[in-house]
Design a protein around this ligand. Structure first.
Ligand code: HEM
Length: 186
């Protein structure tokens, strides 16, 4: 597979859709948490949970797709950068699942069943346990912050490739961008 081979269309779609959902869920989570109890707060909690559960829902086919259709190889670079990129990608996958899963566990432990889109009641993952709920809330918050830090590092690396190295790392995952196949850039 040529190093400038673009990502497949499903992989590109999943990448940007999940990124947008995470970037919506994170500030919403911070904002709603600060509100005093009101119908608006409860509504925002529901939206937050639905966005997060959608991330979890999309995560599964995305992971399967990656395993069945591995992404194009990383563009050449120093060995430590390639190792770091690989590790970051897998950690991103881990957190992409762990953050919403932890949110779901927390809601169950706090005694609030998640009703996806207000239509589909999801099973509680654990029984009601306030102490566990508080612990999971802290964990959910810490993992969400770790996910955001990784996303910033990941985006900064992509921009560095684009603006400084001037290679196709970013362009090959952008939608609507055609790469001349087989072309290599130095
Ligand atoms: C990628 C998905 C998600 C991200 C990035 C995310 C992020 C966050 C953030 C940043 C907060 C604020 C934490 C704080 O202020 O310390 C938060 C709070 C919260 N999240 Fe999520 N979340 C996600 C998914 C979910 C899911 C799927 C659920 C439940 C089904 C959920 C339930 C909650 C709840 C209940 C709170 C409020 C906790 C409290 O008030 O103590 N989250 N989330």
């Amino acid at each position: 597979m040529s190093s400038t081979t673009p990502y497949s269309t499903p992989a590109k779609l999943a990448h940007w859709l999940i990124a947008a959902l995470i970037l919506a869920a994170f500030p919403l989570g911070l904002y709603m948490h600060e509100l005093s109890l009101s119908p608006e707060k409860l509504r925002l909690y529901s939206y937050h949970k639905w966005i997060g559960m959608t991330v979890l829902l999309l995560f599964m086919p995305r992971l399967l797709w990656r395993l069945v259709r591995p992404p194009p190889a990383l563009l050449p670079g120093p060995a430590w950068q390639l190792k770091l990129a690989e590790a970051t990608h897998w950690l991103l996958y881990l957190l992409m699942a762990a953050v919403p899963l932890c949110g779901w566990l927390m809601s169950s432990a706090k005694g609030f069943q998640v009703v996806y889109l207000g239509l589909v009641p999801l099973p509680d993952l654990v029984g009601k346990d306030q102490a566990l709920g508080t612990l999971l809330a802290d964990l959910h918050s810490s993992l969400a912050w770790a996910l955001m830090v990784l996303i910033v590092v990941h985006a900064a690396a992509a921009l560095k490739h684009h603006l400084i190295d001037r290679d196709d790392t970013l362009r090959r995952i952008l939608p609507f961008v055609k790469l001349p196949s087989g072309e290599t850039r130095s």
